[in-house]
Design a protein around this ligand. Structure first.
Ligand SMILES: [Zn+2]
Length: 417
């Protein structure tokens, strides 16, 4: 059978037309060097049909073979699969198989693929599909402030939680339930306060790391006792930073799942009780929980393991401007600044300097590198601080994202130190 014979025949009508997915291309003289699919029913339905042309081409020693094995040759058996037709072999002259292809192409009974550039389309679809999987992950590298905000909302919805109140008991139960599957330690003690002996309770949650030593993140969780008369809920003061630490815990929990260890130092979260004064702030009427724990950890040697202590206070504020607290350890302040700079958060940090007495002081006094990350400028003329105005609407997920990003980056920098 000569090529002229084939050219003079009509291409056999496919017995069962396989509607190939529009993504595949047809073999044409111009597309032949690109991956294509040859519909076998259309092309290879009989011994006298184009199948024998394929075979004769395959047997022709002069025909160059595709170099990569995966490409495969067009054969009756492989014709459903992707193949590469070397254009030099198929389309070298008007009398060659090219005209066979042309006659097939002009046969109206042969189904057309909808997209001529199918191969590229497929590639781009695959590219965008993969990109759609990767890009949200890149984006998700920001700390989930929204999650921290959700925890804050939940916690603040308990209501006022001043020591000795039912809300305080509920707040304790909330933390206990939330961290029940973690390494949770409750540090209960009786504090000698201006209103008498008060039972207080710090919560400590530990996530173990590979390096010996620990980085401690702290907040206080209770609300102010004197403000019990105004239904003070401390959304920002005690609430937001509790939510922040809970969302940070989510990350450490994930990283330590199944007995794994954090890459650097262990991370301990401390939820302090009794930060607020019972009557009027003084060295003896304030920071009961942190003074108790720092003293205890001083006695039992735990303080020696602490590489750094980062205290979070009132940094859920929508209008975030974190002061440079002057009792804080200089190198830690520098690391936090460096961490903020990485995300372009410079203007939220350390534009002003201020000395603040807070839960970090008992640790500073004992030589633990510590920083109070605090925004003590809350509302116009600080009018939301310790007022009934300290409600959830003054707190923002965005500020919590900034905080979380900076805390995590600071931890990374401490681990590298
Ligand atoms: Zn306060």
């Amino acid at each position: 059978m000569s090529l002229a014979d084939i050219e003079n025949r009509r291409v056999p009508h496919p017995r069962r037309v396989v509607v190939l997915a529009p993504r595949v291309g047809y073999a044409t003289p111009t597309s032949s060097i690109q991956p294509c699919v040859i519909p076998s029913e259309a092309f290879l339905s009989g011994a006298e049909g184009p199948a024998s042309v394929f075979r004769s081409i395959q047997n022709d020693a002069r025909v160059p073979r595709p170099s990569s094995a995966w490409a495969g040759f067009a054969t009756p058996r492989s014709s459903h699969k992707r193949c590469v037709i070397p254009s030099e072999a198929y389309f070298s002259g008007a009398e060659g198989p090219a005209s066979v292809f042309r006659s097939i192409q002009s046969d109206e009974r042969v189904l057309r693929p909808r997209y001529a550039r199918a191969g590229y389309l497929k590639f781009f679809l695959a590219f965008f599909f993969v990109a759609s999987l990767i890009l949200p992950r890149l984006h998700a590298q920001h700390f989930p402030g929204a999650k921290a905000f959700d925890y804050t909302r939940e916690f603040v919805s308990i209501g006022p939680r001043w020591p000795t109140s039912p809300g305080h008991t509920q707040a304790e139960a909330y933390l206990r339930a939330h961290f029940q599957h973690d390494q949770l330690e409750e540090d209960a003690f009786a504090a000698d306060t201006p209103i008498g002996n008060v039972n207080l309770r710090n919560f400590i949650v530990r996530f173990p790391g590979k390096k010996p030593g620990a980085i401690v993140l702290g907040t206080h969780y209770e609300t102010n006792y004197p403000l019990r008369t105004i239904n003070f809920v401390g959304a920002n003061d005690g609430g937001a930073t509790t939510g922040l630490l809970m969302a940070l815990a989510d990350q450490f929990r994930q990283q330590t799942a199944g007995g794994k260890l954090l890459d650097g130092y262990s991370v301990w979260l401390v939820f302090f009780d009794g930060e607020e004064a019972f009557q009027t702030w003084s060295q003896s009427d304030s920071t009961f929980g942190s003074r108790h724990l720092a003293a205890k950890w001083g006695r039992d040697g735990t303080l020696g393991k602490i590489k750094a202590f980062l205290l979070a206070d009132m940094i859920g504020d929508k209008d975030l401007d974190i002061q440079r607290e002057t009792n804080s350890t200089a190198w830690l302040v520098d690391l936090v600044k460096q961490a903020a700079h990485k995300f372009g958060y410079d203007h939220y940090f350390f534009q002003k300097e201020e000395e603040v007495e807070d839960d970090h002081l008992p640790f500073v006094k004992r030589g633990v590198p510590s920083i109070d990350i605090i925004d003590l400028d809350y509302g116009p003329n600080n009018s939301y601080h310790h007022t009934a105005q300290d409600t959830l609407d003054k707190v923002s997920p965005k500020s919590l994202t900034i905080d979380g990003d900076v805390f995590l980056e600071t931890i990374r920098l401490i681990n590298q130190r």
